[in-house]
Write a protein that binds this ligand. Structure first.
Ligand code: FAD
Length: 423
């Protein structure tokens, strides 16, 4: 049998594993090694195509140390990814795209997009690279089973069996399952003895038990602060923009807090409160006193229309139990306190669900302590490697998740070739 490595999953992780493997073979002048990439869909990289609303937030600009700190909240994830992110950096992927005439720019917030604003251009560039590197691409080819053999791995693909000396699993997370990510690789890893951290929604919207008032749907709140409340206490908070939807809440701040909300929900019910103006309650209280002094004749609702989207005002007034025509000079002390509390802690009520299927990313997956971060190789099965979202890594919004997939894929690809060389 000629030496071969098989990569399961043609997303960012699998694509970069294949490219790195071919480059390593060329660098080492190794004897012929076939690199097979299997993807269940008719085309690779579906998630790249839908990423960033079809514009593809390719990566995040800045030094690697900052990417690690800003992009991955848990220290465990930062430590695990450090070596991979330094080995294949954001600059590396930008240079690869430049070679394929895909120029990019970074927005003020560091998010990097193609100048064309077309995710398709990014994917085409990756496909051209795979072709140039003679990767053996098998689309519409779901891997149906995996077995350990004394010599390596046996894969079943559309009823046919194939042998490989090294295997890279890169089948992604478990959300947006229509894109092909149904968790196959996670199940294979579990069957091979790996611990699986429970898979949960991350970067997902929050659905509410009582859906928002119709007049609120579509409202965007800038610089608000969202709180997850459990047993009367705030157990998580996040600052940023958010959006009110038919089923609940979405937008960057909500996506950012969704994983912590999903974890809290496992042990009890939670509700959501939002600081509508993003200012602490005592400062807000002082602000209301000052407003009452400077514009005594003005209706409180007129001021609220200046600081909040107009459609929100009647709902806030009702929750604060302040008469709609109340003027500042007639506003009672207790009404003012209720208004400050409502603005600082507007209640959206109990959470119904943090839908895993709608998560742009899923947290959980293969337990990191069972994978060598320098090689992405399983500590249980030599010759088995992991890449991308199926690992227990979930980055923030901002291009971090794709970068984690390129980098871990790159390391897995190179190290799979090194592994074959050492045998
Ligand atoms: C709507 C949306 C928008 C996003 N936007 C961004 C963004 O702008 N920037 C960013 O950084 N991240 C973004 N993400 C997250 C990012 O896309 C993923 O984290 C990243 O693509 C993960 O790469 P991966 O290679 O690990 O997995 P995936 O890209 O999910 O690829 C896994 C592949 O494996 C295939 N597969 C699964 N099982 C099998 C099998 N048995 N046999 C063969 N093939 C199989 C699947 O079909 C799939 O193509 C977004 C995600 C979503 C859902």
């Amino acid at each position: 049998m000629s030496d071969s490595i098989c990569i399961v999953g043609g997303g960012a992780g699998g694509i970069f594993a294949a490219l790195a493997a071919r480059r390593k073979i060329a660098e080492l002048g190794a004897a012929p090694i076939e690199v097979h990439l299997f993807e269940r869909n008719p085309r690779i990289g579906i998630k790249i195509l839908i990423s960033g609303g079809g514009k593809c937030n390719i990566t995040h600009a800045g030094p690697v140390a900052e990417l690690l700190k800003e992009g991955f909240r848990p220290k465990k994830e930062q430590h695990f990814l450090r070596s991979a992110l330094y080995r294949y950096t954001n600059e590396d992927v930008i240079a690869l795209l430049a070679r394929r005439n895909v120029t990019v720019h970074a927005r003020e917030n560091g998010r990097v997009f193609p100048d064309s604003a077309r995710a398709g251009d990014v994917l085409t560039a990756f496909e051209q690279e795979l072709e140039a590197e003679s990767v053996m691409l098998h689309t519409a080819s779901p891997v149906e089973a995996i077995e350990r053999t004394p010599d390596g791995w046996k894969l079943t693909v559309r009823g046919k069996q194939l042998l490989a000396r090294a295997l890279i699993l890169a089948t992604g997370g478990m959300s947006y399952s229509k894109t092909g990510t149904t968790g196959d690789g996670i199940r294979y890893a579990q069957a091979l003895g790996h611990t699986i951290v429970p898979v949960r929604a991350a970067l997902a919207p929050i659905y509410l038990r009582q859906t928002p008032h119709e007049s609120l749907v579509g409202i965007a709140l800038r610089n608000a602060e969202i709180f997850i409340i459990k047993e009367g206490k705030a157990v998580a908070s996040e600052h940023g923009d958010m959006l009110i939807t038919h089923r609940g809440l979405s937008g960057p701040a909500v996506l950012g807090i969704s994983n912590r909300a999903a974890i809290q929900m496992e042990t009890g019910s939670i509700s959501v409160e939002v600081n509508l103006l993003g200012q602490p309650e005592d400062i807000l209280g002082e602000r209301l006193v000052a407003e009452a002094r400077t514009r005594p004749q003005q209706q409180v609702s007129t001021w609220l229309e200046e600081v909040l989207p107009n459609r929100f005002v009647p709902i806030v007034i009702a929750q604060a139990e302040v008469p709609g025509d109340r003027r500042w000079n007639a506003l009672r002390r207790e009404e003012r306190i209720r208004l400050a509390t409502t603005l600082a802690r507007f209640s959206f009520g109990p959470v119904a669900e943090v839908p895993i299927e709608r998560g742009e990313v899923t947290s959980g997956g293969v337990e990191l302590s069972e994978v060598d971060p320098k090689t992405m190789m399983s500590r249980i099965h030599p010759g088995l490697f992991f890449a991308g979202e199926m690992l227990d890594v979930a980055g923030e919004i901002g291009g971090y998740n794709l970068q984690a997939a390129y980098s871990t894929g790159w390391v897995a690809g190179e190290e799979a070739i090194n592994f074959l060389g050492k045998r």
